[in-house]
Design a protein around this ligand. Structure first.
Ligand code: KG4
Ligand code: ZN
Length: 320
C-alpha cells in the first residue's frame, strides 16, 4: 500500500491506497475552525497544528485500514504548492518514516494530486480529458493527455474561484471558509436578483476580482436589515456569476482541445450549482474534492520514487 500525507494548507490528512487505486483509509483533520476567527488561514498557526496532528492522523489512517507500517511500501507526500511551513511538516514526517522503514518516497505536486482524485476506485476516469481544477488557491483548465502529461490551457489572472467564494462569503458575513456556506444559502435565494458581471477576458483565462468588487458595492448600498433580507439573493446571484464563468470556459476549452470527456476537481468542484450546470462532466466524489491524502497517494502511482539518500534533501515549494 501507499501511505499518502498531505499538509499543504489547513487540512492534516493521511490515507492508505493500494497500487490499484483502492482507498483503504482516508483521514482528514480540518483546522478550519481554528482559523475561522481570523477570517482565513494563518500560516504559522497552521504549521503548529500540523505538527500536533500529523502523527495521530497517520496512526488513525493505519488503524482504519487495519494495517501497520509493515504493509506500506511507498510514502507519497505533497511537496508543493502550498504554505512552506505547513508543507515542511508533512515532508519531514514522510522523510522520517521512509528513512526509518527503508521505504521509497514520492514527492507529489498538489495539483497533480487533485487531478489524480479522478483515478481512484470504484469509478476511475481514464485520460485523455479536459479538467477544471478549481480550489482555494488555483483555477486551471488542464488538457490531461495521460496520467503523467498535462498542459495548462487557462488560468486565473487574479483571484482563484475558491478565493472568490471565500471573499464573497466574508462580505456577506458568512465566515470562513465560505464556499460551502454560499452554496447552501444560494439554494434559498433568487439567482436573477442581481446582475453581477462575468469578466470578459480573452482566451481561456479567468478573472474574478471585478465580480468581488461588484458584490462589495451591492452590499454597501444595504443597511443591516436589508442585507439580512437580501443575503440569500446576493449569494445566489454571486454564485451564479462564478459558475457561469467556469462553465463557459470549460466548454470552450474542451472544444479547443478536442476533448469529449470533461472532469472537475478541487474544492469548488463540490459546489452543487457547478455540478448541476455541467451534467456531462465527471466530478470527483465530494469527499475527494477538498484537500485529502488519498489523491496524493493516487498521484504517486504514476510518479517515480526518489532514491535514498537523495530524498532527504527534498525541499518544499510554495508555488511553481
Ligand atoms: O481544494 P481545496 O480544499 O483547497 C485548496 O487546494 O485550495 O479547496 C478549498 C476551496 C475553498 O475556497 C472553499 O471555499 C471552496 O474550495 N469550496 C467550495 C465548496 N466547498 C469548498 N466552493 C464552492 N462551493 C462549495 N460547496
Ligand atoms: Zn487543494
Amino acid at each position: 500500500m501507499i501511505l499518502g500525507i498531505e499538509t499543504s494548507c489547513d487540512e492534516t490528512a493521511a490515507a492508505l491506497v493500494t497500487r490499484d487505486g483502492e482507498i483503504r483509509a482516508s483521514v482528514v483533520s480540518s483546522q478550519a475552525e481554528l482559523h475561522a476567527r481570523y477570517g482565513g488561514v494563518v500560516p504559522e498557526v497552521a504549521s503548529r497544528r500540523h505538527l500536533e496532528l500529523v502523527t495521530p492522523v497517520i496512526r488513525e489512517a493505519l488503524a482504519d485500514a487495519g494495517a501497520t507500517l509493515d504493509d506500506v511500501d511507498r510514502i507519497a507526500v505533497t511537496q508543493g504548492p502550498g504554505l512552506i511551513g505547513a508543507l515542511l511538516v508533512g515532508l519531514s514526517a514522510a522523510k522520517a518514516i521512509a528513512w526509518s522503514r527503508h521505504l521509497s518516497l514520492v514527492a507529489v505536486d498538489h495539483l497533480d494530486g487533485h487531478v489524480a482524485s479522478l483515478y481512484l476506485e470504484p469509478d476511475p476516469l481514464e485520460p485523455p480529458f479536459l479538467c477544471l481544477l478549481a480550489s482555494g488557491g488555483h483555477t486551471l483548465l488542464l488538457d490531461v493527455r495521460s496520467h503523467m502529461e498535462r498542459e495548462v490551457l487557462g488560468t486565473t489572472l487574479d483571484d482563484a474561484a475558491g478565493e472568490a467564494f471565500d471573499k464573497g462569503a466574508r462580505l456577506l458575513g458568512l465566515g470562513y471558509p465560505g464556499g460551502r456556506a454560499i452554496d447552501l444559502l444560494a439554494r434559498e435565494g433568487d439567482s436573477e436578483a442581481y446582475d453581477f458581471p462575468v469578466a470578459r477576458v480573452p482566451g481561456l483565462d479567468f478573472s474574478f476580482s471585478g465580480l468581488k468588487t461588484a458584490l462589495l458595492y451591492a452590499v454597501r448600498e444595504l443597511d443591516e436589515a436589508e442585507l439580512e433580507a437580501r443575503r440569500d439573493d446576493l449569494a445566489a446571484s454571486y454564485q451564479r456569476a462564478i459558475v457561469r464563468a467556469l462553465v463557459s470556459r470549460v466548454r470552450a476549452a474542451a472544444a479547443q482541445a478536442g476533448r469529449e470527456q470533461i472532469a472537475i476537481v478541487g474544492g469548488v468542484a463540490a459546489n452543487s450549482e457547478l455540478r448541476a450546470a455541467l451534467p456531462e462532466a465527471v466530478a470527483a466524489p465530494l469527499s475527494l474534492c477538498t484537500d485529502n491524502a488519498a489523491m496524493i497517494a493516487s498521484a504517486a502511482r504514476w510518479t517515480e520514487p526518489i532514491p535514498y539518500p537523495r530524498y532527504l534533501s527534498l525541499d518544499a515549494y510554495s508555488s511553481r
